[in-house]
Structures are given as C-alpha cells and as structure tokens.
Design a protein around this ligand. Structure first.
Ligand SMILES: [Zn+2]
Length: 293
C-alpha cells in the first residue's frame, strides 16, 4: 500500500509535514481570504492540530485551520486518527474491526467510511471507466427489496448491469431500470471498444450482438444447459475460454455488500457500485483524498 500506519506513528510535526508533502492538505503558501496577503504556517494553541495559518498583515491577522479545503475539514477526530481510519478503509477493513483496532466509536468510523466511499463514487461519476481491452464479460444482477429513500418505499427488485474487462481488473457497474436489449447492449456499445469480444449468458437481451452487422463477436454460456465454461475458437483463430465467472464474482460482491437490510437503499447501492469500480480501476487508492490541483 502507498501509505501505512508507519507514516502516522511519527511526531505531530513530521506527520503534518507528511500531509502537506503528499498533497493531503492545501499548499504551504496560502493567501488570506480577507485581505489577500500571504499567510504563514505557525504553531497554534487555538487549533487542536497544533498549527494554523495566520495572516501576515498586522491589521488583519486572520487565522485559518490547516484543514481548510482538505478531506479533514470539519471533522472532530485528530488528523492522525482520521488518517489511520483512511488506511483501514483503503486496505478494505470493515467498520467494526477498524473501530476496535483504533479504539474509536463505531458510528464515527462508519461516517468516515461513508465519506471515503462517496469520494470514490464521485470520481467514477465524473471520470468513468475507459475500457481498452479486447475481451469483456457482461451480466445483470437482480437485487430484491431495495428501499428508495426519496419515497420511503421498498422496491420489489432493482437491476444492476455489469461488465468486467478480462485483460485488466477494470469493471463497469450500473443500476439500470430495464434489462431489455436496447438498455444492456446500449451500455455495451457505450463502453466496449468496437471489435471486442463479449461473453454473456444466454439471455435474449444479448442476441442482438449476434446480428451480422454487430460490431462485436459474441459468445455465450448456457447456464440452463449446465454450461458454465467452454472453449471456442475466436475471430482471430485464438482460443477463447468462454465464461462469465469474473463478472459473476463481482455480482456476488455487490450482493454481499448489500446483504444487511439496513443499508439496502438505492443511494447506498449506487455508492457501493462506485466504490467497487474505483477499487478495480487501477487508480491510486489514496488519490481521491488528496487536494485537487
Ligand atoms: Zn489577511
């Protein structure tokens, strides 16, 4: 992992320098919002962090938390505590074990995990996955009894469409209203490069991929015929291992993440999908918590 608890187990001053150097906090050069003069980083007895930015200008003297503009802004935990929770989150720990290991309140940890998870989801929203591979697995997942927080109603079921890129670990996961051909193949066309190989189950929605004018080579397993994996010869005479085990594994993970009924809501589902995509994207797992330049 890029950062570990060793980065935290140092003096407060060294740790704060670490946060600045690794772009977890806005730069050392800060301009006063009130008067436009430069601010200095100085020791502080006013802020619990032990440091503050103070305006240069004698008639202003505006003071500002070093946390302003960072992911730490507005949170009660110490910087070290928050960073330890972040490390646990990034490494995939659960709320319960993190709270125990760090001797923190479970709800506090849960709130921070939610904040971190939302950051991952926001990034996948603003810069979605871009596939460049050749072989994709696609599948749809049905999740029963999901609460719509907007109305308070429990929806009978919702659908999630997923694609996994074989050549990388990247994935695309999205809640869809329908699982007809127009919707599912529409998403395949949007994300899979033309000419690529698409593996699915035998669902009718995917049959349009077999049409002569299809931009894709389509291979299907037939679960109803107990066919979970078989070999075929591909369009370039390559040996193709036809299966959708990768995307089915991701679907199991989605189901598992929503197994607790108390979190089975539409917005939580969307955020979990975003987090899963981010973790599979190959992007830096700490990057979303840094300052954007
Ligand atoms: Zn000032």
């Amino acid at each position: 992992m890029e950062y570990t608890l060793n980065d935290v187990d140092v003096s407060d001053k060294t740790f704060i320098t670490f946060l600045f150097q690794n772009k977890f906090m806005l730069g050392m050069l800060r301009i006063c919002r009130d008067c436009g003069h430069e601010m200095n980083l100085i020791h502080s007895s006013h802020f619990d962090d032990g440091f503050e930015f103070r305006c240069h200008r004698a008639s202003c003297k505006r003071r500002e938390s070093i946390r302003v503009g960072s992911i730490f802004e507005g949170h009660k935990l110490t910087l070290k505590e928050m960073f330890r929770v972040m490390i646990h989150f990034v490494s995939g720990s659960k709320v319960h074990s993190t709270a125990l290991a760090l001797d923190l309140n479970r709800n506090t940890v849960s709130d921070l995990f939610q904040l971190f998870r939302e950051r991952y989801a926001q990034i996948m929203e603003s810069s979605p996955v871009e596939f460049t591979g050749e072989i994709f697995e696609a599948d749809e997942l049905r999740i029963n009894r999901v609460k719509d927080p907007a109305t308070g109603h429990i929806l009978h079921h919702v659908w999630v469409f997923g694609m996994a890129e074989r050549d990388s670990s990247q994935a695309f996961l999205k809640r869809v209203d329908r699982t007809d051909g127009a919707t599912l193949v529409g998403l395949i066309k949007q994300y899979a490069p033309p000419g690529s190989i698409i593996m699915t189950d035998e669902k009718n929605s995917y049959h349009v991929l077999d049409h002569e004018d299809s931009l894709y080579a389509h291979y299907a397993v037939s679960h109803s015929a107990q066919d979970y994996q078989h070999m075929e010869i591909g369009p370039q005479d390559q040996h193709l291992n036809v299966h959708i085990n990768t995307i089915e594994g991701l679907n199991r993970e989605v189901r598992h993440r929503l197994s607790n009924k108390s979190v089975r809501t539409l917005d939580r589902l969307d955020i979990e999908l975003g987090e899963m995509m981010y973790r599979k994207s190959g992007r830096g797992l700490f990057d979303p918590f840094k300052i954007e330049f």
